[in-house]
Design a protein around this ligand. Structure first.
Ligand code: FPP
Length: 277
């Protein structure tokens, strides 16, 4: 948090928001469905791709804020397996923008000790984008701070299918296919997010109440935060607002809240104190 206060001017809205955050209860992993680029552009009578271009500034701002907050992981849904249905010109621009983003933001990633990773069927991306991605992943691989995962050609269902197939292939190669048993932790370790904590907070911009095939397995207990803000307008303050909202939630993971637990224990003690007839 100290790093964040270093760049916030006292009295500004972002500073006031940051002051309200409890640093001991930050989410370890934040995942974001970046939505509303097209509507942002339409509202300004601009082509859709202008919204994607403007969205790069939001990616930088969120990455920097997450690094300054010392979060462990940030996963951004940048291109889904369903996005191939868009016009070719929009897809081409999205991958051109990805290359531009990677070239431009490598310095930001190095400055903030960010390790970049990609999740999804990366092998099917256009070659130039794939090469740039591998270059930046390699260049940041020694960084030990925030892990930024770009979900590209990603879907939650394909992640699970690929994970199961990987397990089957490995077991077959070892002649152990008959003995293969899949448990939650085994499947967890075969997914693209292996080794990362599950997202604590899932943010979706632009007001849509959908998961859109994102991290289906991993968001089992994520707190969901939907904001009407379009992605190109999403900045540091919006991330802080989402975290503040998250900190108000009572996370029970299917159990009882801390208060309910105390009340239940009190009632059990009272019950014990009642003499049996
Ligand atoms: C959804 O908005 C956004 C996308 C499909 C692409 C996300 C891409 C970026 C934020 C640009 C750059 C990112 C990187 C990592 C280089 P939409 O087009 O579906 O918006 P709409 O629902 O308003 O039409």
């Amino acid at each position: 948090m100290q790093q964040l206060f270093r760049v916030l001017d006292p009295g500004t809205e972002d500073w006031v928001l940051a002051r309200q955050i409890d640093p001991s209860r930050l989410p370890a992993h934040v995942a974001i469905i970046m939505d509303g680029n097209g509507r942002w552009a339409k509202r300004r009578l601009l082509p859709r791709v202008a919204g994607h271009k403007a969205g790069i500034d939001s990616v930088r701002s969120v990455m920097e804020t997450a690094a300054r907050l010392n979060l462990e992981a940030l996963t951004l849904y940048a291109f889904s397996t369903e996005n191939w249905k868009r016009p070719k010109s929009e897809i081409d621009t999205l991958f051109r923008l990805l290359r531009f983003f990677l070239r431009q933001e490598l310095a930001t990633m190095m400055e903030h000790n960010i390790q970049l990773n990609a999740i999804g069927r990366i092998e099917d991306l256009p070659e130039a984008a794939r090469d740039e991605l591998h270059r930046v992943i390699g260049a940041t691989s020694g960084n030990t701070g925030l892990k930024v995962n770009l979900a590209l050609n990603y879907s939650g269902r394909s992640d699970i299918v690929d994970g199961v197939n990987r397990l089957i292939e490995e077991a077959r190669a070892q002649g152990q296919l008959g003995a293969l048993e899949i448990s939650e932790s085994v499947l967890d370790g075969a997914l693209s997010t292996a080794g990362l904590p599950d997202p604590d907070l899932l943010i979706r911009t632009s007001g849509e109440m959908r998961i859109s095939n994102f991290l289906l397995w991993q968001i089992a207990y994520a707190e969901i935060y939907v904001t009407n803000t379009y992605w190109p307008d999403f900045r540091c303050g919006d991330l802080l607002r989402a975290i503040l909202d998250y900190q108000k939630r009572d996370r029970r993971f299917g159990g009882l809240s801390a208060l309910e637990r105390v009340q239940t224990e009190d009632r059990a003690l009272e019950a014990e104190a009642i003499p049996a007839r």
